[in-house]
Each structure stands twice: as structure tokens, then as C-alpha cells.
Design a binder for this molecule. Structure first.
Ligand code: 13P
Length: 255
């Protein structure tokens, strides 16, 4: 079964409104075609989602927008939080959850990641569920058990039908922003273990439909190592998504 590739840019906490508007327009302009056979997603900070919507609505690129986080309640006294309803209103079709930076700096647990994923699915927004090991975990030979436990926990009480909308992003923590990447064999081995876990949870048909992305120092110069791997269906791109030409090159690699 051929899965539709997905390439998502995670801008993280970068770009003021003016800078973001410039980059969004650069992207829309440089995108030479409408990607019909691939999902292209840009996840700017909350403050730039509306600008992204306006820019991508007014051109033909077909680029979708996503958020980098969400809270699980629809509304209420949760100072500082953003709800799935608010994201939906802005036209977000994807939202990253459980990024290792949120786990590290904001104390996000597997239970919170699961609550966020369920809330998003309830509102028709596809969660991009991140998982990934530290270097210590990898050195201890525990990568597969650690990562698959994260995936299983994030998908608690999510049915096979609902899970089809979810995307898993494998991002080894030691590869994020470091310039280090796993070998293709390491990346494929871990993503295959994730798919096996999905098969155990949901059966072959659903597991074969779900998309698994690789993230961590992916750039135009190394994408060729990851793109052909059977269990990798796209990328979650940090640094390289802040440079329009690099992001477009990555899209071309997966097209
Ligand atoms: P880098 O591509 O900058 O390593 O970041 C990856 C990432 O964390 C995407 O979510």
C-alpha cells in the first residue's frame, strides 16, 4: 500500500510576525507546483498561524498549516493554553504533540501527549505524535522498547479508525539540531519496530496506512539516505524548514 508522503516544517520558537510573513511568502512563491500526491505542512508558532493561513489560502501551493502544541480542553480557565477548537478555527489540519522539547522543557508526559492526541482527533485535526530516544537509551540498547512504549502510550484509547488520522514522527533526541543523524539502517530499524507496534495495536491494514516520519537534522544533503526507506513516509523538519530553498528541496526529494 502506497502511503502519501508528508513533509512538515516545525519552525519551533522562531520568527517574528514580519519575519514569518516574509518566509511564508518566499515558500508560497518558491513552491513551483501544487503538491497533490504529498501533504506539505508548515507549523509556525501560534502567533503566525493566521498569517500562514492567509498566505497559503491566496496561492495555489496547497500547503497546509499545523500547530506545534495544543491543550486538551475545548475552553475554560486554562491561562495561556490554546484549544483544538481554536486551531480548527484557524484552519489547522495537523498539530505536533509530544515533541521532545515539550517533554524536556514543559514536563509533558505520555499521559498528556495521549490527552492532546485524543482531543485533536475529536476535532478532526491529525496529531503528529513525536517519539524518540536519548543517546543514553540508545547506548543501553533500549531504543526500540522505549520508543514503542511512547507510541503505545500516546495511542491509548484511540481506535483503529481514529488512529488512521494520526502520524508518528520518530525523532532521536540526539539527532535534533545537532547535525548528527542515525544511519539509514538505524532509522529504518526503529521505524519498522514502530510499525510492528502499530500492527499489534491495530492490525496490518491500519498499520500499513499510518505514516511514520523521520525527524532530526534532516536536510537536503542527507535526505537521500532516508527517503527510500520502506518505513519512512516523510520528514519532520526543524532548522531546514526555516530556509525556503532548503525546505522546497526536501519536498522535491519526497515527491
Ligand atoms: P532539526 O531538523 O533542527 O534537527 O529539528 C528536528 C525537529 O525537532 C523537528 O521537530
Amino acid at each position: 500500500m502506497a502511503r502519501k508522503p508528508l513533509v512538515a516544517g516545525n519552525w519551533k520558537m522562531n520568527k517574528t510576525t514580519i519575519e514569518a510573513t516574509f518566509l511564508l511568502q518566499e515558500l508560497a512563491y518558491a513552491c513551483e507546483k501544487r503538491y497533490e500526491d504529498m501533504d506539505v505542512v508548515v507549523c509556525p508558532p501560534f502567533t503566525n498561524l493566521r498569517s500562514a493561513r492567509v498566505v497559503f489560502d491566496s496561492d495555489k501551493s496547497g500547503i497546509k498549516i499545523g500547530a506545534q502544541d495544543v491543550f486538551w480542553e475545548d475552553e475554560g480557565a486554562y491561562t495561556g493554553a490554546i484549544s483544538p477548537l481554536m486551531l480548527k478555527e484557524l484552519g489547522c489540519s495537523y498539530c505536533i504533540v509530544g515533541h521532545s522539547e515539550r517533554r524536556e522543557f514543559f514536563g509533558e508526559t505520555d499521559e498528556m501527549v495521549n490527552a492532546k492526541a485524543r482531543a485533536l482527533i475529536r476535532h478532526g485535526i491529525a496529531p503528529i505524535i513525536c517519539c524518540g530516544e536519548t543517546l543514553e537509551t540508545r547506548d543501553a540498547g533500549e531504543t526500540e522498547s522505549f520508543v514503542t512504549a511512547q507510541v503505545r502510550a500516546a495511542l491509548t484509547e484511540i481506535t483503529a479508525d481514529e488512529a488512521q488520522k494520526a502520524v508518528i514522527a520518530y525523532e532521536p533526541i540526539w539527532a535534533i539540531g545537532t547535525g548528527h543523524t542515525p544511519t539509514p539502517e538505524m532509522a529504518e530499524e526503529t521505524c519498522a519496530a514502530i510499525r510492528l507496534e502499530l500492527t499489534e495495536l491495530y492490525g496490518t491494514a491500519t498499520a500499513q496506512e499510518m505514516r511514520i516520519l523521520y525527524g532530526g537534522s534532516m536536510k537536503p544533503s542527507n535526505v537521500k539516505h532516508f527517503e527510500p526507506l520502506p518505513n519512512i513516509d516523510g520528514g519532520l523538519i526543524g532548522g531546514a524548514s526555516l530556509v525556503a530553498a532548503d525546505f522546497i528541496d526536501l519536498l522535491k526529494a519526497f515527491d
